[in-house]
Write a protein that binds this ligand. Structure first.
Ligand SMILES: CO[C@H](O)c1c[n+]2c([nH]1)[C@H](O)[C@@H](O)[C@H](O)[C@H]2CO
Length: 459
């Protein structure tokens, strides 16, 4: 599509028009919004255990209540309809469906998600289901969790239960959310559940996560659901060298290979990035060629999570990769992440050009800011509105360059449990008063509603 067609002149405004049928949505995750983690037969997840272990989460916060979505889901679907979103990305809690992670199905858990899907379809909202957004059943972690190669079969069996029970109504499936975070934060750094600090386990988790993804894709194909589409969501942080010195450029290449290519390359090329295999040397797991064939089972789309970039310098002996991130001047979010919208365009173009022009969805993009209602109860989060507008402009640029971007999910629908930060960081376009559970659409949410209605951006 030529630029001319996308920048339509409408009255005095210049519009950045998105393609017809572009899926504007919002995203959430089970442990972050649902609450009631053990209700109706659900088993404990590793995040239930991790958040209940003192010292792991700021302020001792847990997901015991969160946004109480497990009980308020009907009202939350009404809220989504008020926002006018066309699609909703949410995750299913594995321990609600299989309390032990494998074996007996908990019909109450399945029924909750079936009711939610039916309500979304009734509201003309397309469900995008993430099969795994970090809440592994605790009983599987007792067997080694993602560091145990058997997890690939356990995950594929869990996924197949859902394909069978919801596949008639859910046609967009995401196997894993950010396997990089699962392995790096959960098994190597210990900042996330299960809180391990074990490079050997973490690198095996990398491989087993990919194997689990591939096994689930193959199980999905076996189901032969022609309307169905399946993909994976990966997180990306485009790294820029802090200087043009060869050392800093090499540091940026290492960060790029570890942060952005570690999962992308095996899925799209069947090979791990050589710099990473060499960097980790004998800590790197033995991998079978037959594994690579499973891992690279073709997917229908790639989910891209983008928030910011990293400016990286060589730092001997520092961290896993002997690199350090240099804070940049200019605006940052409440997470301390630089606001760098151009990075989204750079990222989308790189994936498009380097990995065969896959269908893409931005499955997460958003920002945390210190939101609070004014005396009238209005939440004027102009900084978030501006963050989103700037990033939508970059997404539009990418589409103009031919990137097959087909949807955009803002993180997040509502303020929620931000992992080790607890409830201290608000990403929602809807404000949640966690005391009363009152939801208030923020200024950014009202603005987003207009973007969706116009399917475009006014200048
Ligand atoms: C570190 O940036 C990652 O791409 C990333 C950011 N985020 C995520 N991944 C997770 O998928 C969400 O559950 C978080 O709530 C969200 C906000 O922190």
């Amino acid at each position: 599509m030529g630029v001319g067609k996308a920048l339509t002149q409408k009255g005095s405004e210049r519009m950045r028009q998105f393609p017809q049928g572009f899926l504007w949505g919002c995203a959430t995750a089970s442990y972050q919004i649902e609450g009631s983690p053990l209700s109706d037969g659900a088993g404990p997840s590793i995040w239930h255990r991790f958040s209940h272990t003192p010292g792991n989460v700021l302020g001792g916060d847990t997901g015991d209540v969160a946004c109480d979505h497990y009980r308020r889901w009907r009202d939350d679907v009404v809220l989504m309809r008020e926002l006018g979103i066309r699609a909703y990305r949410f995750s299913i809690a594995w321990p609600r469906v299989l309390p032990e992670g494998r074996g007996a199905v908990n019909e109450n858990g399945l029924a909750f998600y079936g009711r939610l899907v039916d309500a979304l379809l009734e509201a003309d909202i397309i469900p995008f289901v993430t099969l795994y957004h970090w809440d592994l059943p605790g009983s599987l972690q007792d067997l080694g969790g993602w560091a145990n190669r058997d997890v690939a079969g356990w995950f594929a069996d869990y996924a197949d239960v859902l394909f069978g029970r919801l596949g008639d109504r859910v046609h967009h499936w995401i196997t894993l959310n950010e396997p990089w975070c699962v392995a790096h934060l959960g098994y190597i750094l210990g900042q996330h559940a299960p809180g391990m600090r074990d490079l050997w386990a973490g690198l095996r988790a990398v491989h087993n996560l990919l194997l689990a993804h591939g096994r689930a894709v193959l199980a999905f194909r076996q189901r032969n659901m022609p309307e169905g589409r399946i993909g994976i969501t990966l997180n990306f942080r485009p790294p820029h060298p802090g200087s043009q010195s060869e050392q800093d450029r090499a540091a940026a290449r290492r960060a790029h290979a570890y942060h952005n290519r570690l999962f992308l390359d095996p899925i799209f090329t069947g090979r791990y990035p050589d710099p990473i295999v060499q960097w980790f040397k004998d800590s790197w797991p033995e991998t079978l060629q037959s594994d690579q064939d499973v891992i690279r089972a073709p997917i229908d789309f790639l989910g891209v999570n983008y928030y910011t970039r990293n400016v990286v310098v060589h730092a001997p002996g520092t961290g896993l990769l002997h690199t350090r991130v240099i804070r940049q001047p200019g605006p940052h979010t409440a997470m301390g992440w630089e606001i760098y919208p151009e990075g989204l365009f750079e990222l989308l173009l790189w994936i498009h050009q380097a990995y065969g022009s896959p269908v893409l969805y931005i499955t997460e993009n958003g920002a945390a800011f210190e939101d609070r209602p004014d005396p009238s109860g209005t939440v004027r989060d102009t900084d978030r509105l501006d963050y989103l507008r700037q990033h939508f402009v970059q997404a539009h640029r990418a589409i103009q360059e031919g990137v097959r971007l087909q949807g955009y999910f803002v993180w997040s629908l509502m303020d929620n449990f931000e992992w080790a930060h607890g409830y201290s960081k608000r990403f929602g376009i809807v404000y949640v008063d966690f005391g009363s559970q009152k939801r208030t659409i923020k200024q950014s949410g009202h603005w987003y509603c207009g973007v969706i209605a116009r399917n475009g951006l006014e200048n």
